[in-house]
Design a protein around this ligand. Structure first.
Ligand SMILES: C[S@@+](CC[C@H](N)C(=O)[O-])C[C@H]1O[C@@H](n2cnc3c(N)ncnc32)[C@H](O)[C@@H]1O
Length: 347
């Protein structure tokens, strides 16, 4: 009975978020057109109908609720914010919109270079740009404050449920073992939304969050307020400052589409290096071309609407070869709404 209530609460929460973020995305579309910005790009590849999108999205919410019902993870609110804090983030996002749209119209993705953190000699040059035309790139406190509402608006509230699909393979890796003895590293943890989900499901696991952005790590730390924290590493995923074979589980969510091809390979090699033999990689990022052929037009439009300089290559990159070449054997690959989930085992 308790699990049924929890599962229904998870579903109700998902539907409410969908309604809220769908409404917000409509407001933004209207505001965008009032500001004189239009999106006239017509992809040559097919796009899903509204009905197909919503059917898939319903399946994701149903799977999320079923996972709660099956005890794979507990019902969880999406973030540690109070409603007031959340609304303040939404207001700040709307206030930032005219600037972000002007930079998009001018194809100017350079505001990150003005941030003092851009002078950090440890960050690679590809990191000093405004992914998605985000003001300040990943290098300002304000960007860290806005990132999650921006992402949830883009994914109409489904970023949280998509990330949670990664908790099921974590449960498979943990089954029969004492979570207190297990170490999980999240590479490119960003603002910590995924690590928060992991922490809610595994209160005693040893968690490490790694990211190149100090403001995003600070926001991640805030997201775990009131819960057992994690170890935070400001570092490049291409050079993880952890010993060989030190991690039982490595996760990485929404990173690879923002990396140049050679950096993707460096990070994949680092995943394999830090995993223990038999350890699990759980990877989530955008769909690639052909994963859902009727949706390829969305992947074609994405780097037209947003500054995503490496996405076109990402969308056709050979992940099977990339992960196999570093000794990460295939376990599972599947689509989760707009994302793909890849699970690999270190040989
Ligand atoms: C699209 S965000 C995804 C963040 C988070 N995983 C999530 O689920 O929202 C990409 C993240 O990758 C980080 N990042 C980009 N390149 C990186 C690199 N080479 N090493 C470590 N972090 C990197 C950025 O700072 C940013 O936080």
């Amino acid at each position: 009975m308790r699990t049924m209530i929890a599962s229904s609460a998870q579903l109700a929460n998902g539907i409410a978020r969908l309604g809220w973020f769908y409404g917000l995305s409509r407001v933004i579309a209207r505001h965008t057109s009032n500001l004189g910005h239009t999106n006239s790009y017509k992809p040559s590849r097919p796009v899903p109908t509204q009905r197909e999108l919503f059917a898939d999205l319903g399946a994701l919410l149903a799977e999320d609720a079923a996972n709660v019902g099956a005890g794979i993870y507990p019902a969880m609110p999406e973030a540690g914010d109070t409603p007031q804090q959340f609304l303040a983030r939404v207001r700040a996002m709307l206030a930032d919109l005219p600037d972000a749209l002007s930079r998009r119209a001018a194809e100017d993705a350079s505001s990150a270079r003005a941030a003092p953190a851009a002078n950090d000699p440890d960050i690679p040059d590809y990191f000093r740009q405004d992914f998605h035309f985000q003001t300040g790139g990943y290098l300002s406190d304000e960007s860290a404050r806005l990132y999650d509402v921006q992402v949830e608006t883009l994914f109409i509230g489904m970023a949280g449920p998509m990330r949670r699909a990664c908790l099921r393979p974590i449960a498979d890796a943990v089954r029969g073992r004492d979570q207190r003895t297990l170490a999980l590293l999240d590479v490119a943890c960003g603002t910590g939304r995924f690590l928060r989900q992991v922490r809610l499901a595994y209160p005693a696991m040893k968690l490490t969050g790694l990211d190149l952005s100090a403001p995003y790590l600070a926001e991640a730390e805030r997201q775990l307020t009131g819960l057992r924290s994690a170890t935070w590493l400001k570092a490049n995923g291409e050079k993880i400052p952890l010993p060989d074979q030190s991690q039982d589980i490595v996760t990485s969510v929404f990173l690879f589409h923002e990396l140049p091809p050679d950096a993707r390979r460096n990070v994949a090699a680092e995943f394999a290096r830090v995993l223990k033999p038999g350890g699990t990689l759980i990877f989530m990022d955008s769909l690639q071309m052909g994963d859902k052929p009727g949706w390829d037009g969305l992947l074609e439009s994405f780097p037209v609407r947003f500054h995503e300089p490496y996405f076109r290559h990402y969308a056709i990159d050979d992940f099977n070869a990339m992960f196999s070449s570093v000794g990460l054997a295939a376990v599972e690959t599947r689509s989760v709404f707009l994302s793909k989930l890849i699970v690999r085992k270190k040989l």
